[in-house]
Write a protein that binds this ligand. Structure first.
Ligand code: G3I
Length: 325
């Protein structure tokens, strides 16, 4: 139904079995995989963890693609579009990068270049898009003082995009962040500045990824989403909802599940309507594998399938919305 509206995909991110948020769920994998792999449910996937620096270059110059390949191969085997995530990010970074405080600029340039050359090079041709730089902004829209920024300033962002473009010219180059879904927020303004900075420098950027980790009780409307997307689309050729989930205060009840349904529906409506919105990725569809309860105790049920594999009301909400457009 998503494709019928002009979107390329409605997808779901997933993790490697060993990394899935809750151990002890092995008995659920068969049913989980059945839903994940069903092309009628999801046409796209993203590894929630496996392609991150911590897993791909745990030691300097030592590369490991096992975790990332799990999801890349799943995409290949089930005919799904693969979004690749994330080349340069301050979190889940290997300790050897993060912990060192005396990097020279030249060393840091070399480290970023080597990382991207190897990782984007390894999956060359397989990634529809790469989240080249992830979460480079603070809550107020200024640059986050990550190890990359502290050594190189905004140059690290340009470098990351330039190297990725060179290594895998066919992949779409995205800037990806959370809290950049609202039309008038300072962080949205920051994201636009970041994109403009790249363009002014003549550096290629193709897309903005709005993560969209939303709250059921205070979510943007389709108009908000449209307004935000149109602002980005003045600068880049496409946008996507890259990590959609909608958290609820425990325990979920009928009212909060209705709000949640509306949150998912507003995103679907907006993406279907705006031509440059290529698709939506849910940040794991199965509640027990969601990151939300671990990071925000007292919040949960952010996905689309409950623990017992019954569907949240949002599933039919989205299906009926897309069907009816
Ligand atoms: O590696 C261990 C594993 O050995 C253990 O069995 C397992 C069970 O507890 O934990 C594993 O580590 C966890 C890892 O996810 C894999 O599940 C970490 O503790 C946990 O911190 C880590 O969380 C990830 C989080 O990024 C880290 O910031 C989430 O799964 C992942 O969904 C989340 O994704 C991020 C995006 O990349 C960027 N945007 C925000 C989004 C949510 O935080």
């Amino acid at each position: 139904w998503a494709k019928k509206t002009g979107m390329m995909y409605y997808g779901a991110a997933t993790d490697t079995p060993g990394q899935r948020e809750r151990a002890g769920y092995e008995a659920q994998y068969a049913k989980y995989d059945e839903i994940l792999k069903d092309p009628k449910q999801f046409g796209q996937t993203t590894p929630t963890n496996g392609m991150k620096w911590l897993f791909t270059e745990p030691e300097p110059g030592v590369f490991n693609y096992t975790e990332g390949d799990f999801v890349a191969n799943l995409a290949k085997d089930t005919g799904k579009i693969l979004r690749c995530h994330a080349l340069v990010w301050h979190s889940q970074l290997a300790p050897w990068v993060e912990a060192r405080t005396n990097w020279t600029k030249a060393e840091m340039r070399e480290v970023i270049t080597r990382h991207i050359t190897n990782v984007a090079g390894y999956w060359k041709g397989q990634c529809y898009a790469w989240d080249v730089v992830n979460e480079a902004l603070d809550e107020d829209g200024s640059y986050r003082k990550s190890v990359f920024y502290n050594v190189l300033g905004e140059e690290y962002i340009k470098l990351a995009f330039e190297v990725t473009a060179r290594v895998d010219p066919g992949t779409k180059l995205y800037y990806n962040d959370y809290g950049i879904e609202r039309p008038a927020s300072v962080k949205t303004a920051g994201a636009k500045r970041l994109v403009q900075m790249l363009k002014d420098a003549g550096v290629r950027i193709d897309g903005v990824g709005m993560q969209a980790h939303l709250h059921a009780d205070n979510h943007p409307t389709a108009e908000d989403h449209e307004n935000t997307m149109r602002q980005y689309l003045e600068l880049v050729e496409e946008v996507a909802f890259t990590e959609l989930d909608v958290r609820i205060t425990d325990p979920a009840n009928e009212t909060s599940l209705e709000w949640q349904k509306d949150s998912y529906v507003q995103v679907a409506k907006a993406c279907a309507k705006v031509k440059g919105c290529v698709g939506i990725t849910v940040w794991d569809f199965y509640d027990p594998f969601s990151w939300v309860p671990y990071t925000f105790p007292g919040k949960g049920a952010a996905g689309l399938w409950f623990e017992d594999f019954t569907e949240h009301p949002a599933v039919q909400g989205v299906v009926q919305t897309l069907k009816g457009l």
